[in-house]
Design a binder for this molecule. Structure first.
Ligand code: SIN
Length: 537
């Protein structure tokens, strides 16, 4: 059984820090929400590393929004719903497509310099989009530009206090109301931070898998702590694998943006054959889950470990101008994007599910909000449309701040004690445990799943559970515990879903089954597992 708290404490003995809004995480969701909230509130932003350590920093392709004259919210909505494979909440998608442009205006006002073409915002194409609607910055460094601009604002804002290198261990709740969180300072001291609203902006779970585009901070902390606190967790069986991630000896798994295919790149197997014709009429620009699985099938068929991405037929000038970061990165490993085919393979990239929220970003626990990848707003369904993630963070970040403004002050919190029984540190070093967990997930709960593999995975994960009886005290230990929670939830939900849909593919149930499974799976620590119908408006 996953315990309520990861650590022992007595709340009344902990030092207390009071603020208005607690923001946990420093990617686009955390930065944006903090800036908007700071207009009227005192904000405490807590990050376990630094402002530049987030998934956002690595986002290349960009941010999807209805900007062009030939585009419309209806077209963006339609593309999002098709990619989401029948599991999107249409109400949430409507919010996204209508409010996206306002969020983009905010980003520009906050200092983000998007690329321009003839004085207008430049727009590119990505998979499963029917229009060019992706804004980008410095060609392929969109996330880094957003982080630069927003960090600059946050650092100079007197209403925002930033705590770097602080680890949020658990949320403090009573009667389904969130009062704040237990935070460990860099020197190991624990404190109770309390505020009228707590906003999880802690990102995703890429580190569940050995091969991922995510940085090492992506350990699912927000999802795990919200689950322990009794929040509803939804759609966590849907993990998106990005189709084209650099696969080259000695090089890290570096993202090669979908925009490269958007600008004309094609995929070839190791025999040099273009293969997407055999998989989908939209070829290389089919939805991501389809391209990723097609690549895995080609890899298996040709007994290889990668396929090639080929953009050598486009002009070298365009390639260098549009993709300066990717071009330079590949060149560091002797690969020239303008003349060489680039070896790529899929890697874990994004979790569609997370902490379930309403249309104002509030979770099933009052005063606890979730924004960005940690959340399950209903926008992404079973498969996220490319570049909808940054848009989701700003659209729902705006709504969360509006909702926080309507909150009354917190009432006094009754005393809470976590059981004091843990004495010994974990037996095995957690770094070994993390590698083992990543192996379990890759083998049993990645691209192609089955009841046999998922059951085996679940058994292997259960064997790690005694960790929760140990006295955890270091960041790595908390992170591993959080990964173990998320791995268990993902595997449980994937085992339950006996069909294939979007990013979830079951070899033993290869068809989509709308009659039985056009539903969400919701996991709750206290109430167990339930099914929820898809919200259609
Ligand atoms: C990419 O540039 O391909 C990543 C964008 C995204 O994940 O939406």
């Amino acid at each position: 059984m996953i315990p309520r708290f990861l650590t022992d404490f007595s709340l009344e003995r902990l030092p207390r820090v009071k603020t208005d809004v607690i923001v946990i995480g420093s990617g686009i969701a955390g930065l944006f929400t903090s800036i908007r909230a700071s207009e009227t509130q005192k904000v405490l932003m807590i990050t376990k590393k630094s402002l530049s350590d987030s998934n956002t920093q690595f986002a290349q392709g960009g941010i999807a929004a209805v900007i062009a004259d030939d585009d419309s919210p209806a077209a963006h909505r339609q593309d999002t719903l098709i990619a989401g494979a029948g599991l999107c909440s249409t109400a949430a998608v409507d919010v996204l497509v209508h409010e996206g442009p306002k969020g983009v205006d905010d980003l520009i006002r906050m200092g983000t310099n998007f690329d321009l073409e003839n004085g207008e915002l430049a727009l590119t194409q990505e998979g499963a989009h029917s229009r060019r609607r992706i804004l980008h910055a410095h060609g392929d460094a969109t996330g880094a530009e957003i982080v630069r601009a927003l960090s600059d604002q946050v650092l100079h804002n007197k209403n925002i206090e930033i705590w770097n290198d602080h680890f949020v261990i658990d949320l403090i709740t009573y009667d389904d109301v969130c009062y704040g969180a237990i935070v460990q300072k860099p020197d190991g001291q624990k404190i109770f931070v309390t505020g009228k609203a707590t906003v999880l902006c802690s990102g995703g779970v890429g580190q569940l898998y050995r091969y991922t585009t995510n940085p090492d901070v992506a350990t699912g902390d927000g999802i795990a702590m919200a689950y322990r606190a009794g929040a509803d967790i939804r759609d966590v069986e849907f993990i998106q694998f990005h189709p084209t991630v650099l696969y080259y000896p000695g090089a890290p798994r570096f993202l090669i943006s979908e925009a490269v295919r958007g600008e004309g790149a094609i995929l070839r197997n190791i025999n040099g054959e273009r293969f997407m014709e055999r998989y989908h009429p939209q070829l290389e620009l089919a939805p991501r889950d389809i391209v990723a699985r097609a690549i895995v099938s080609e890899i298996e068929r040709t007994k290889s470990t990668f396929v090639y991405l080929d953009i050598t037929h486009e002009s070298a000038e365009m390639v260098k101008h549009r993709f300066p970061t990717i071009y330079q990165f590949c060149l560091n490993y002797g690969l020239d994007l303008t003349t060489d085919w680039i070896p790529v393979a899929p890697a874990a990239h994004y979790m569609m599910g997370g902490v379930k929220t309403d249309l104002n970003g509030e979770t099933s626990i009052r005063r606890l909000f979730a924004c960005g990848e940690v959340s399950a707003t209903g926008v992404h369904g079973a498969n996220r449309l490319a570049s909808n993630s940054l848009s989701e963070a700003i659209v729902f970040g705006r709504r969360i701040v509006n909702q926080i403004l309507s909150l009354t002050p917190l009432e006094a919190l009754p005393e809470i004690k976590a059981e004091l029984h843990r004495q010994d540190p974990p037996i095995q070093p957690v770094i070994e445990k993390r590698l083992k967990l990543q192996k379990i997930m890759l083998r049993n709960a990645a691209f192609k799943r089955s009841a046999i593999g998922l059951s085996k995975g679940l058994e292997d994960l259960k064997r790690q559970m005694p960790l929760f009886n140990a006295l955890l005290s270091r960041r790595e230990e908390y992170e591993f515990a959080n990964l173990l929670v998320c791995a268990t939830l993902t595997t449980q939900a994937a085992l339950l879903r006996e069909e294939s849909r979007g990013a979830h593919y079951r070899e033993d149930f290869p068809e989509r089954d709308d009659l039985r499974w056009r539903k969400h799976i919701v996991l709750n620590r206290e109430k167990g597992i339930s099914e929820e119908s898809v919200e259609n408006v």
